[in-house]
Ligand binder design. Structure first.
Ligand code: SF4
Length: 434
C-alpha cells in the first residue's frame, strides 16, 4: 500500500445538490483520494474519476481542514471562534447557537467522505483528517452526514455527540452482505459485517442519527431473500432509522474488469449471468434493468415492511428549521422517491412534488401560517391539487396521494417464498415462487 500526503486546492463540491438527494445533503467533500477498503465493485476505480491505483495508492489531503475553513467563510459562514471575538453581534441573544443561526446564511448539510473514498479507511487512524474536518464543522456549528464501512468512526463518538447537540450528526453504514465470508471477498479490507452493525448500535445508543445503506446489492450473490432479510433484521436490531436497498452499477473499463475477474475466481457459478447483465457497457454502469435477477428496491420495500423498518433515509428537521415545513418536505420527498425509483413512473408525474420540495428546502414562510391565512396557493405558487396535499399533510401527517402510492407498491408484495423477477422473454417484472 502506498500512502502520499498531498495539498488539496479545493474541497467542497461546487454544486448544491437537489432536495431529493438520498441522504439530504447539499454539499460533499473527500479527505482522501483512493480507498484502501478495496471493495471489488468500487465505482472509484473507474477511469471516469481519474484516480490510478485507486485501492493501493492513497492520497491524503493533509490541508483539508484548512481549505474547508476557508471555503466555509467564502460561503458566508462564521465560526464559533470568530463569534467569540466579535462585538458587532453583541446585541443579539446571548445563546451562541442562536446567534450563529441568525448570522449564518442558509445552513448546509455536508456529506463527509463516503462519495468516492471512505473517511474512516485505515489511513485515518494515523492522519486524523476526518476528525479534524468534524472539529471544523463543530466550530461552524454545521451538520454532517458520514457514510462509512468502518467502525473506526467510534473513535470520534465524543465529537459526533457534541456536533449532534449543537447542529446534527448522521452516520450511515454501508452494509451489503449478511454473510461475512462473502463480505470478505467482496469488501476485503472494510470492517466485518458484525462490527459495522455493532458500531451503528453504539452510535444510536449515544443518540446519534444513523441508518444502513444496503447498496450496492451484488446481483445473485446479494439479491437473495435471505441476505436482504438478514440485513434488514440486523439493521432494525441495531436501532437503524432506515435501510436503503439499491442495485449495482458497473462502468465499463477497469472497474468492470476487476469486478468480473474476482467473480470468475470466487463465484464461478454466477459469472456468466453477471457478465451478461452488464454486457450493454452503459457508460454510467447501469445494468440491463429488466434482466436483473430481482427488482432490489421493490423487494427491499417488502422486506422492510415485514421487518418493521423504514426503507429510505429520513429528512430530519435540523435545529432552527420549521418543524411543520420540514415534516411536509419529508412526505413530498418520499412521494418523489417511491414514484421515481420504486415504481419507475415518468418524471412528469413527480415534477410538482419535486419542484415544491426544492422550494421548501430553500426556505419558505411557515406553512401552518400560510394555511391558516388561506395563502398556500399564492404563497407557494402551486395548483389546487397540491394545496390539498399540503393541507392534508399539515393536518394529518400524511395524505391520500401517499397512501395510494403505498397501496400500489403493495401489489408487488408476495411473501418470503417469492421474488419480483424479470421475465426472460418480455423483460417485464413478474412474481415468482423461489
Ligand atoms: S469503502 Fe467505498 S470508496 Fe472505499 S473501496 Fe469500498 S466502495 Fe470504494
Amino acid at each position: 500500500m502506498r500512502y502520499e500526503c498531498i495539498k488539496a486546492k479545493t474541497l467542497l463540491s461546487k454544486r448544491e445538490m437537489l432536495a431529493e438527494d438520498w441522504f439530504h445533503i447539499n454539499r460533499s467533500l473527500n479527505a482522501y483520494r483512493g480507498c484502501e477498503h478495496g471493495c471489488v465493485y468500487c465505482d472509484g476505480m473507474s477511469e471516469y474519476y481519474h484516480v490510478d491505483n485507486f485501492t493501493s495508492h492513497i492520497r491524503i489531503k493533509e490541508n483539508a481542514p484548512e481549505i474547508l475553513r476557508k471555503e466555509l467563510k467564502r460561503l458566508g459562514f462564521s465560526s464559533q471562534q470568530e463569534l467569540e471575538t466579535e462585538t458587532l453581534w453583541s446585541f443579539l441573544p446571548k445563546d451562541d447557537a442562536t446567534r450563529l443561526a441568525m448570522k449564518n446564511p442558509r445552513r448546509i448539510v455536508i456529506g463527509v467522505c463516503g462519495g468516492v473514498s471512505d473517511g474512516y479507511q485505515p489511513a485515518e487512524k494515523e492522519h486524523r483528517i476526518t476528525r479534524q474536518i468534524l472539529e471544523t464543522l463543530l466550530d461552524f456549528r454545521l451538520p454532517a452526514m458520514i457514510l462509512t464501512k468502518s467502525d473506526l468512526v467510534l473513535r470520534d463518538i465524543d465529537l459526533l455527540k457534541e456536533l449532534n447537540d449543537v447542529a446534527f450528526a448522521n452516520v450511515v453504514f454501508t452494509i451489503t452482505l449478511h454473510d461475512d465470508d462473502k463480505r470478505k471477498i467482496i469488501e476485503p479490507r472494510a470492517a466485518s459485517t458484525p462490527d459495522r452493525f455493532a458500531a451503528l448500535k453504539e452510535l444510536r445508543k449515544a443518540g446519534i442519527f444513523g441508518g444502513v445503506m444496503a447498496t450496492p446489492i451484488v446481483p445473485w450473490i446479494g439479491t437473495t431473500y435471505e441476505n436482504m432479510e438478514g440485513l434488514a433484521t440486523e439493521a432494525k436490531g441495531a436501532g437503524a432509522e432506515f435501510i436503503l436497498f439499491g442495485a449495482m452499477t458497473l462502468k465499463p473499463g477497469r472497474q468492470k474488469e476487476h469486478f468480473l475477474s474476482v467473480i470468475r475466481k470466487h463465484f464461478p457459478g454466477e459469472f456468466d449471468k453477471i457478465k451478461a447483465l452488464y454486457a450493454n457497457d452503459n457508460k454510467y454502469g447501469n445494468p440491463m434493468w429488466k434482466r436483473q435477477p430481482i427488482n432490489t428496491m421493490l423487494l427491499g420495500h417488502e422486506i422492510c415492511k415485514k421487518v418493521g423498518i423504514r426503507d429510505r433515509s429520513v429528512r430530519h428537521t435540523l435545529p432552527f428549521e420549521n418543524e411543520v415545513n420540514y415534516r411536509v418536505l419529508g412526505i413530498l420527498l418520499d412521494i418523489v422517491f417511491y414514484q421515481r425509483y420504486m415504481l419507475g413512473k415518468p418524471l412528469d408525474m413527480s415534477k410538482p412534488f419535486h419542484d415544491l420540495s426544492i422550494k421548501l428546502e430553500k426556505g419558505v414562510e411557515n406553512l401552518k401560517v400560510l394555511l391558516d391565512e388561506r395563502r398556500l396557493k399564492e404563497g407557494l405558487s402551486i395548483n389546487d391539487e397540491m394545496v390539498s396535499i399540503v393541507r392534508q399533510i399539515i393536518e394529518t401527517g400524511t395524505c391520500q396521494y401517499m397512501e395510494n402510492l403505498l397501496s400500489n407498491l403493495s401489489e408487488y408484495e408476495i411473501g418470503n417464498q417469492a421474488m419480483v423477477i424479470s421475465d426472460e422473454e418480455s423483460g417485464d417484472w413478474k412474481k415468482e415462487k423461489v
